[in-house]
Design a protein around this ligand. Structure first.
Ligand code: ATP
Ligand code: MG
Length: 427
């Protein structure tokens, strides 16, 4: 036997025992997005590498070290497996002129790829739900996104997810803050770790994002972006907070919240939990008014957020949320040449009536098949021997309650099943 092949490290199979909870998550998310009027958009998993370099920024973790990039050997194109969805979404909106039709409220979902060190809650292929609103500038839309998230946590049945907020102001304000920050960091250059020294030159704001414990005191004392906001930016930020207060959604202003990507301005947000260990951020987002133009479109404001599906599903599991697992209605037991043929007719007829039917395949006598039926979780066994087949009938046995076995002609079978599945219980 040759050695068994394994999946790529950090890229997980999601097995049938786990998918019902994912489906519960997906069903909830779909209904939730619909209730806010967001429309689904689907982009390719692979994009030209320059899209991400330009949109996400050169001096970010993603572009510096996390992208799966390769050269298409057939035509020399530089391509990247998408590490996030916003850049692709904006590219699609610009490419197809969607903004000519007015503001767009969009969402997407699917796998993202980042070459990170795999650990609990951090994978190389993971899944996001992304939500973007393009063409809207006011704080009302930033607030809408935060209200949406608060509702989703409720809908999903999870609690204890806290909102952190900050404002990164305008480009000019960030520039002034940056100068003060660089001066401060240079003054404390000896205390900076290697990453931060490099970022001091390439992207000093990202020093604030450092997770190195040894740097935390230094970061605590750094100039705060909030102190550099002009009137307009401050009013925008206040507008967001006013809606949150009105809706009774608690939040904390976190001056160190800068987010990992370059394209943000004004409001930035993260939703954080203590229940997942080190990987506690389940959702992040904010405003990115410069990105549409950066990707080649006519300037247009935009904001959005993305959540990590693995982390949210883990929270649901931890909270004991029941999955969407729909039990099987019927296990179809059959034996004998005539019965085997008739079984197909019966199975298709039952599916016409909306029942789920698992048709026994392969060898096995009645006894072995009944064991399988029991293990399948089906509510009912429909049993066909050559006797039944000759009469155009089937026997019906309830598997999850005490009931006498009955026998019904094909036409009466759906009613007999409904009686067991939805009728009054006799026990
Ligand atoms: P982190 O600080 O955890 O690296 P990030 O700032 O890189 O997160 P974003 O780019 O904002 O993350 O992505 C949005 C969400 O996607 C995160 O809040 C998280 O829930 C999830 N996420 C990001 N990277 C991963 C990953 N490698 N594995 C699993 N989930 C992830
Ligand atoms: Mg990251």
């Amino acid at each position: 036997m040759s050695q068994a092949l394994q999946a790529v490290r950090g890229m997980n199979d999601i097995l049938p025992d786990e998918t019902p909870l994912w489906e519960r998550f997906e069903d909830t998310v779909r209904a939730w997005l619909k209730s806010y009027g967001y429309r689904n958009i689907r982009m390719p998993l692979v994009e030209p590498t320059p899209l991400f370099r330009r949109a996400i920024g050169e001096a970010t973790d993603i572009v510096e070290k996390e992208m799966y990039s390769f050269v298409d050997e057939l035509n020399g194109e530089h391509l990247t497996l998408r590490p996030e969805g916003t850049a692709s979404c904006v590219r699609a909106v610009v490419q197809h002129n969607l903004l000519y039709g007015g503001p767009q409220r969009l969402w997407y979902s699917g796998p993202m790829f980042r070459h990170e060190r795999p650990q609990k809650g951090r994978y190389r292929q993971f899944h996001q739900i992304g939500v973007e609103a393009l063409g809207l500038a006011g704080p009302d839309i930033d607030a809408e996104h935060l209200l949406m998230c608060a509702r989703l946590w409720d809908d999903l049945g999870i609690s204890g997810v806290r909102l952190h907020l900050n404002s990164l102001g305008s480009r000019a304000e960030r520039h002034r803050h940056r100068e003060a920050l660089v001066a401060y960091l240079q003054e404390h250059r000896d205390a900076l770790d290697e990453d931060s020294r490099r970022r001091l030159v390439t992207n000093p704001l990202r020093v604030l994002d450092s997770k190195n414990p040894a740097m935390q005191a230094l970061i605590e004392g750094a100039p705060r972006m909030l102190d550099y906001l002009g009137d307009e930016s401050a009013a925008h930020f206040e507008g967001v907070q006013a809606v949150l207060r009105g809706a009774g959604i608690p939040f904390r202003i976190d001056p160190r919240l800068v987010r990992g990507l370059d394209y943000y301005n004004l409001t930035v947000s993260e939703w954080v939990t203590d229940r997942l260990g080190a990987q506690g951020t389940v959702c992040g987002g904010g405003r990115y008014d410069g990105l549409v133009e950066l990707v080649g479109g006519k300037p247009a404001p935009a904001c959005g957020f993305a959540m990590g599906v693995e982390r949210l599903v883990a929270l649901m599991r931890e909270a004991g949320v029941a999955d969407a697992g729909e039990a099987l209605d019927v296990y179809l037991v059959h034996q004998g040449a005539a019965a085997d043929a008739f079984a197909f007719t019966v199975a298709e007829r039952l599916r016409d009536h909306g029942f789920s039917v698992l048709h026994h395949a392969g060898p096995g006598g009645f006894k072995a098949q009944m064991k399988r039926a029991d293990a399948s979780g089906a509510a009912v066994a429909v049993i066909i021997g050559d006797d039944e087949a000759a009469a155009g009938e089937a026997s019906v046995k309830a598997l999850r309650e005490e009931r006498p076995q009955t026998r019904a002609p094909l036409d009466a079978l759906p009613a007999a099943l409904s009686d067991i599945l939805y009728g009054e219980r006799t026990d």
